[in-house]
Write a protein that binds this ligand. Structure first.
Ligand SMILES: [Zn+2]
Ligand SMILES: [Zn+2]
Length: 363
């Protein structure tokens, strides 16, 4: 017995199973469904054309220029280090020989003068002659030594590890915390240690009560100094000053990584500090109050307050700025709202404080 078309109210006999809807349809409805399918081809063509155009006009230079700039910076930095060692060793070489030459020249002048004096006076003794002869023999030996000076230069080739630069492809908006490497080593902090930490290219700066410590890439403490001041609220590194900046309740300290000396660079009783960050030219600090201000300091020639950014430009009256980080002309802020008990992250232009984006965090 023949089956009828599955379309409601259609009384025609079904002529086949339709490919698009898996129903038994009559010839007319099969045709209708077929035409409908064909009309869907055109938009697909449009889409593929759009994708082809996008690929054609893709600017690879834009895609890689930022990363390329980073590689360039690494290269320049390495060259600078090599140039600096080279200059230092050249000076060392000059100094090694120049000191001998200077002494020889002075001694020659002295003896020459002495002989001239004796000739002018037309008066000398056997003892003078013997003494001068012996001095001249010594100068001759010295001269031979200077002429025969040579240096042995032992050099080791610079071994550059491939892993100095690792390139990983990511999607722009993606922040994948699972790509973090595994824990390499753990440093246990004794009770009473402050939680702030920061780093430069060489060291990590941490507080291990009662000391401030520099930790190297192998996670070994290489230098430490007693921290005899108050609570540390935040730290950052300034390449311009070549110093670590440590924020205490009312003071801003500079730490010299070579000598581990601690200098008070700015003291105030009117403000309590909470967090800090640096650009090449300025230091930003946030104040530990609701309705936080952000203070802007000049770094050179000395740390000097140049501007105060107040609420409501920085945040609302019931909000505090817990953390700030400067990068690429912008400031990232972690803002805590006291009434709503909520936390949000913001990115703002460092020069105007205009907000670029804000992200409410569910924590
Ligand atoms: Zn169909
Ligand atoms: Zn039908």
């Amino acid at each position: 017995m023949s089956q009828s078309c599955s379309i409601q109210k259609c009384v025609r006999t079904s002529r086949g199973l339709c490919d698009c809807c898996q129903q038994n349809l009559c010839l007319q409805h099969l045709n209708e469904h077929n035409s409908l399918l064909i009309t869907q081809l055109n938009p697909l063509t449009d889409e593929i054309n759009t994708l082809e155009d996008r690929l054609k006009t893709l600017n690879i230079q834009n895609t890689i220029s930022n990363s390329r700039r980073k590689l360039e910076e690494w290269r320049k930095d390495c060259y600078k280090k090599i140039d600096s060692i080279f200059e230092q060793k050249c000076q060392e070489l000059d100094q090694l020989i120049e000191e001998n030459i200077r002494q020889q020249r002075e001694e020659l002048n002295r003896v020459h003068l002495k002989i001239s004096e004796l000739i002018n006076a037309q008066e000398t003794t056997r003892q003078d002659i013997d003494s001068l002869t012996s001095t001249i023999r010594q100068l001759e030996t010295n001269m031979n030594n200077i002429e025969q000076t040579c240096f042995t230069i032992n050099t080791r080739p610079l071994i550059i590890d491939e892993t100095f630069i690792l390139i990983k492809k990511t999607t722009k908006s993606e922040l994948d915390l699972s790509t973090l490497s595994l824990v390499y080593k753990t440093i246990v902090c004794p009770e009473g240690s402050f939680v702030s930490l920061t780093c430069n290219v060489r060291y990590l700066l941490i507080h291990q009560a009662p000391n401030l410590c520099l930790v190297d890439r192998e996670m070994k403490i290489v230098k430490q100094t007693l921290w005899s001041y108050g609570t540390i609220w935040d730290m950052c590194w300034s390449s311009t000053l070549d110093r670590f900046i440590v924020l205490e309740r009312n003071n801003i300290y500079l730490i010299n990584e070579n000598t581990m000396s601690i200098d008070n660079a700015y003291a105030t009783q009117e403000r309590r500090w909470l967090s800090c960050t640096c650009s090449d030219t300025v230091l930003f600090t946030s104040t530990n109050t609701y309705g936080s201000s952000i203070m802007e300091f000049r770094l050179l020639p000395a740390i000097e307050l140049i501007r105060e950014w107040k609420y409501s430009l920085t945040c609302s009256r019931d909000e505090g700025i817990n953390d700030i980080v400067f990068n690429n002309g912008n400031l990232a802020l972690m803002v805590m709202n006291d009434s709503k008990k909520s936390l949000r992250m913001e990115l703002r232009y460092a020069t105007t404080f205009d907000c670029i984006w804000a992200l409410q965090l569910d924590i």
